[in-house]
Design a protein around this ligand. Sequence first.
Ligand SMILES: N[C@@H](CCC(=O)N[C@@H](CS)C(=O)NCC(=O)O)C(=O)O
Length: 110
Amino acid sequence: MATAGRVASVGSSLGSQQFLGSSQTMPAVEIYTWRSCPFCLRAKALLDSKGAAYTEYAIDGDHEALEAMGKRSAGRSSVPQIFIDGQHIGGCDDLHALDRNGGLDPLLRG
Ligand SMILES: N[C@@H](CCC(=O)N[C@@H](CS)C(=O)NCC(=O)O)C(=O)O
């Protein structure tokens, strides 16, 4: 992962174990962000509302990290870009659409 050293936080305001149950394996949720990006905040708010823990790569102004993100996401250059267990979910709109379609919760259950 080309963002080594740029991991900003592992976020969740809720305890994911509480939400998922202690016998579940937590999925690896990754999100590439700019710190002041409203779409990023909105995507993280949804993950937080689900109690999902995630690793955030804040890549503001880092062209190398941006390129690496693009390679993982079929050339997408906008933030956020979200991955669950290595699967590319897409951006904020994609994450919310997945949730509306009922596809997000099963992925977060692992
Ligand atoms: N539809 C996208 C919009 C994301 C977006 O426009 N992000 C802005 C930052 S707030 C961005 O990356 N702009 C630069 C670009 O599009 O290359 C989503 O839902 O994630």
